[in-house]
Ligand binder design. Structure first.
Ligand SMILES: Nc1ncnc2c1ncn2[C@@H]1O[C@H](COP(=O)(O)OP(=O)(O)OP(=O)(O)O)[C@@H](O)[C@H]1O
Length: 258
């Protein structure tokens, strides 16, 4: 399924004041694939994702979407391309129900009133399309949902808008074993439905369970972006902790030596 990447960044540099956080970073995401973005605390994962999402646009570098060079100067530009980010804190409102959360800020109206029926139908269709069966009622307040169910609602909200790239910030960090398995299954299904999924993770089991590629950041540089099937668990740990793998032969997707 390897066509060109749907999203590709080249030569991304980003500084906050005098501190340069990202150095000449290249990163690609492919439709139908899960790309795990890994790296130690402070390696620059969130900063890279914020560049992709237009929250902190990069200082220099190029951004390509579906092969075209684009300018992403803010979150609206990213959303218009079909790039959605699901943050760790989920940004769900506890006092609203599932449908209200999924349409928050983008409510559908019929004349002057909210078109509840069509929103409920779209929400149900999206959850069905993701084969989500864990939610009992769409009119349930999200405060009454489990961590895994909340994660599911946040992910469904991100894919409601015909998105093409979905970035998930540590979706299993706060979950137990069974819920982690459920969310990972959902992550895989998103890719199988044709989306490019980027999964930020610290958990090697999750990375190897679900990803097609691994992109490893080390001190703000892309140490390697490789196919998951071509690396071992310990090579990925080395990339995260030392910025390179001692064993030769790891190549970046673009052919450069890691
Ligand atoms: N708004 C900001 N202003 C100044 N420095 C920042 C800002 N955001 C991030 N940084 C710095 O950039 C570096 C990378 O941070 P970032 O949050 O991108 O790392 P991360 O890989 O996501 O880490 P973690 O796994 O801990 O979330 C850190 O040294 C951080 O202190």
């Amino acid at each position: 399924m390897s066509q060109g990447p749907v999203l590709e960044l080249r030569g991304i540099n980003k500084s906050f004041g005098a501190v340069q956080v990202l150095h000449d970073v290249a990163f690609s995401a492919y439709s139908g694939e899960v790309t795990a973005l890994v790296g130690d605390n402070g390696a620059g994962k969130s900063t890279l994702v914020k560049c992709i999402g237009g929250i902190h646009p990069s200082d220099t570098g190029e951004y390509f979407f579906e092969g075209e060079k684009v300018h992403v100067g803010g979150p609206r530009d990213a959303a218009a391309l079909g790039v959605e980010i699901v943050y760790q804190d989920l940004a769900l409102c506890d006092n609203l129900d599932i449908v209200q959360n999924m349409f928050l800020g983008r409510e559908r109206k019929s004349g002057l009133v909210l078109d509840e029926a069509s929103m409920e139908e779209m929400a149900a269709k999206t959850l069905d399309g993701l084969s989500v069966r864990t939610v009992t009622s769409l009119r349930q307040h999200v405060s009454s949902l489990s961590g895994g169910q909340r994660q599911t609602v946040a992910i469904a909200k991100a894919v409601l808008w015909n998105s093409k790239v979905v970035i998930l910030d540590e979706p299993t960090a706060a979950l137990g074993v069974a819920q982690t398995a459920q969310v990972l299954e959902l992550v895989r299904r998103l890719a199988d439905n044709g989306l490019a999924v980027v999964l930020i993770s610290h958990n090697m089991n999750d990375v190897f369970a679900v990803s097609d590629r691994v992109a490893a950041l080390y001190l703000g540089r892309m140490a390697a972006q490789v196919k998951t099937s071509e690396v071992t668990h310990s090579q990925v740990v080395e990339l995260i902790t030392a910025g390179r793998s001692g064993e030769l032969g790891i190549k970046n997707d673009n052919g450069a030596a890691a």
